[in-house]
Ligand binder design. Sequence first.
Ligand code: ADP
Ligand code: UDP
Length: 240
Amino acid sequence: MEKRQELYRGKAKTVYATDDPHRLVMHYRDDVSAFDGVKLAQLAQKGETNNKINAYVMGKLVAAGVPTHLVSVLNERESLVRKMRMLPVECVVRNICAGSMAKRYGIEEGTRLSEPIFEFFLKSDALHDPLVNEDHIRVLGWGSAAEIGEMKALTHKVNAVLKPLFAAAGIDLVDYKLEFGHPTDDPNGPLMLGDEFTPDGCRLWDAKTGEKMDKDRFRRDLGSVIEHYREVARRIGAPL
Ligand code: ADP
Ligand code: UDP
C-alpha cells in the first residue's frame, strides 16, 4: 500500500488517498477543537493515543459483529480504512444526560436514563450540527428509511458492546457520536461504522468519582486532557 495525496484535512484527522481507490489513510493529528472549531489547540500525543484507542475499540466491535471501516493500523498515528461514502448525519446515543441534551431540555447533567436515547444530528459545522428527525433525513435525502433503520440497529448493538466494556474498566459511558457510510467497493451493501471512536467523540466519567476523562476536559478547561485519555486506554486494556 502506498500513501498518496491529501484528500481532506478535518479538525482532528487528515485523510489521504492510497494506490488502492477503495482504501484511505486516516492520520490522527494532535489538533483538538471544540464548539464547531471555534476553540482550537494542540495536545502532545493526542494523535497516537486516539489512533490506538480507536483501533482497540473498533476491534472489539468487529468481534461482536459490527462491521467497521478499519483495515489495519499502519503506524503510531495512521490507520488504513475502507473508503466510504459517509451519510451526512451524526448518530448520538446517550446513557446519561449531559451536554447539549441537558441544556436543551433543562435536565441536570448526570441524570441516568432508564434506557438509551438515540438522536440524529446533521453533520454541518456551518449550521452547528442541528438536531434532525427521521423525516428530515428521509425527505431531505440525507438517508433512506432502510439506512435510518440500519444506523439505529448498529448503534444499539455498539451500545450493548461498549457500555459493559467501559463499565468493566470503572468508567460510565455517558454518550457518544457515531458516523456510518457505504464502502465505495460495495456501494449498495450494508452500512459500516466509519470515522472514529475515541475520547474526542464521547463522554466518559469515572464510575466512582464522576471525574471527566474525555474531551470535556478540553472544552471546560479542566487540564490534563491526554493524561486522562491515556488512563482510559490503560483501564480498557488498549495497548499504547
Ligand atoms: P471533521 O470533518 O468533523 O473535522 P475529522 O478531522 O475527524 O472530522 O475528519 C475526518 C473526516 O473523514 C470526517 O469528515 C469523516 O466524516 C470522514 N470519514 C470518516 N471515515 C471515513 C471513511 N471511511 N471514508 C471517507 N470519509 C470518512
Ligand atoms: N459529539 C461529537 N461531535 C459532534 C457533536 C457531538 O463527537 O459534532 C459527541 C460529544 O463528544 C458527546 C456526544 O457526541 O460525547 C453528545 O454531544 P452533545 O450533543 O451533548 O454536544 P456537546 O455538548 O458535546 O456540544
